[in-house]
Design a binder for this molecule. Sequence first.
Ligand code: SF4
Length: 253
Amino acid sequence: MTAVTENTVPEQLDLELLNPAFEAADPEKIVAWTAARFGNDAVMWSSFGAESALLLHMATRALPNIRIIMVDTGYLFPETWRHMEQLRQRLNLNVWVYRTQNDPIAYLHQAGEENPTYRKDRDACCGANKNEPMNRAMKELVPKAWLRGIRRDQADTRKAVQFVEWSQRYSAHAISPLLNWGSRVIDAYMKKHDLPYHPLYNEGYASIGCNPLSCTRPITFGEDPRAGRWAGTGKVECGLHLPANNSLDSSRL
Ligand code: SF4
């Protein structure tokens, strides 16, 4: 297996040319470009969340055997596993599950988290149970590119994201075809291809992560779709999409 280091030389892509051209491109064209440029050296990350079926559908049309990373924090909703299995069978997905190294109950005890429905230290929990497995996945799979479904309208931290970025953290190009899409066009694509939403979507869960109420709750009418994630805490990212290694990356236990 090839070792990945921070000094790995990136593919020579002219991002200054590419990114402005992609601003007006259809996401399917960006996925097709990814397939042509990287082939099986590309992976995809999926949360198997609310609208995850969309990019999974797009990606597997271009790269039927693309490796799909799913991070098991130990705290996912049972409905997420059901949704993953439904999509795995429907789209014949090649899913690679990377699990936390912590026993979920033992973690709560060791971290002083007395209430399983609430996290006092969300950054520590995301670091140990979400970012560590993702970092491990990227080190083991050694992709040259990773597709992700983030959008600019989801958070202020995502507004300046470019379609193709070099990720020093993962030593791979991060490719985000859906950056400019909003809920209306997403709904239209889901309907056109008869794709299922996450089972909790119709219960008001517009963005779905882990099951503690401090991490995912349903939203009410008029709330921002991501308002239910780490509600009221100021936290907007689990850390997977942050550009560099930071305190979220390593287990603190
Ligand atoms: S989203 Fe919540 S439960 Fe999941 S890893 Fe982060 S803090 Fe832990």
